[in-house]
Design a protein around this ligand. Structure first.
Ligand SMILES: NC(=O)c1ccc[n+]([C@@H]2O[C@H](COP(=O)([O-])OP(=O)(O)OC[C@H]3O[C@@H](n4cnc5c(N)ncnc54)[C@H](O)[C@@H]3O)[C@@H](O)[C@H]2O)c1
Length: 336
């Protein structure tokens, strides 16, 4: 049984606690938070778990094997670094850290201490994203032309990070996973309406090649909760709607075939293909459970996690470049 300490039990931390408890190979021993009300609430839910306000009580406990970090982004590096240095395996919620330099530091310390470092790119463990990856890799969609991703809702406003750092890690991690490549450049445009120094609406453009682009739209100011990704290929198109309870993926047998010769607009119209719409069956566990099970497996079998430190670094590299692009009036920032 691997013993777990969780730092941070605000909105997301309780989900980590619940899922580590439900795995039969891990047990949450201790939870740390600065907020006594959150600790009291955790104690009421899980009477066997110790609580503390000083996270060092987790880091210094020799019985704890895994430290899971679910605190604000600016604290990730410090907690993860101290935990890795103390010889713990570390799971950090997304994004891995607040800068490329911090990520590189964590990767190096994990390597030196031979400990597992994993970042919570939860969507890679959803049945829908796994299915999309399978479909794209099979070549069914043909050559991928572009991906358009929207992650919009009303709130939750963050005090320390903008909407890009809050929401886009999900889209970026999914897109990098689906395409299996990193972008050449990124540009970002955004604006602030509620807190003048924190962008609450933003759009990123990721350029992978002359012909492959990805767009990510994020907002804390939208009336609807939208979690929608469209993948347009030369043969077919696919839409992933995460808000749908069951039919999350639709494959459209639609494409445009450029006729060699056409004399009239009507002839050109014939070259649009409108075929069937397929809804593949997808089933799966709670993604967070699958994700934490994967982490425990990697520790037990000494394997590299799917979302290891480098995966976290690739996402933060794009977030940092997007921030720079915003500061420079939406300039294109090279990632090579
Ligand atoms: N994977 C996902 O889908 C997902 C979803 C939501 C949030 N997250 C991530 O989880 C992390 C936490 O987000 P959240 O929404 O739960 O934030 P939150 O503000 O609700 O909770 C953070 C908690 O950390 C505590 N904390 C802060 N400093 C601390 C310290 N020094 N010692 C101990 N506790 C401390 C706070 O008191 C608070 O209870 C972020 O990295 C966020 O991006 C991931």
């Amino acid at each position: 049984m691997l013993q777990v300490g969780v730092i941070g039990c605000g909105y997301w931390g309780p989900n980590l606690i619940r899922n580590f408890q439900l795995l039969n190979r891990s047990n949450v021993m201790r939870v740390a938070d600065l907020d006594m009300r959150r600790l009291k609430h955790m104690k009421a839910l899980y009477p066997t778990i110790d609580t503390c306000t000083n996270y060092m009580d987790i880091i210094n406990d020799p019985d704890i094997d895994i430290v899971a970090v679910a605190t604000p982004v600016k604290t990730h590096h410090r907690f993860a670094l101290e935990a890795l240095t103390a010889g713990k395996h570390v799971f950090v919620e997304k994004p891995l850290a607040a800068s490329v330099a911090e990520c590189e530091d964590l990767i190096e310390i994990a390597r030196q201490n031979q400990r597992k470092l994993m970042v919570g790119h939860t969507f890679l463990f959803t049945a829908a994203v796994r299915k999309m990856k399978e479909i794209i890799d099979s070549g069914e969609l043909g050559e991928i032309y572009y991906i358009n991703s929207q992650r919009l809702n009303l709130g939750l406003f963050q005090q320390d990070i903008n909407v890009i750092w809050d929401l886009a890690p999900h889209d970026i991690s999914i897109i990098l996973h689906l395409l299996g490549q990193e972008p050449l450049s990124v540009s970002a445009i955004g604006s602030s309406h509620i807190n003048p120094s924190i962008e609450d609406v933003a759009v990123l453009t990721l350029k992978f090649s002359e012909s492959l682009l990805a767009f990510i739209q994020t907002s804390w100011l939208d009336p609807d909760k939208i979690r929608r990704m469209t993948v347009v290929g030369s043969k077919k198109m696919m839409v992933y709607d995460d808000v749908q309870p069951t039919e999350k993926i639709r494959i459209y047998d639609k494409s445009v075939e450029k006729p060699e010769h056409y004399d009239t607009f009507a002839e050109f119209q014939y070259s649009y293909k409108y075929g069937d719409i397929i809804i593949p069956k997808i089933t799966g566990d709670e993604p967070l459970r699958t994700e934490l099970r994967h982490f425990v497996d990697c520790i037990e079998n000494d394997e590299q996690p799917l979302c290891d430190g480098n995966s976290g670094l690739r996402v933060v590299k794009i977030l940092e470049a997007s921030q720079q692009s915003l500061a420079e009036g939406s300039s294109h920032i090279s990632l090579r």
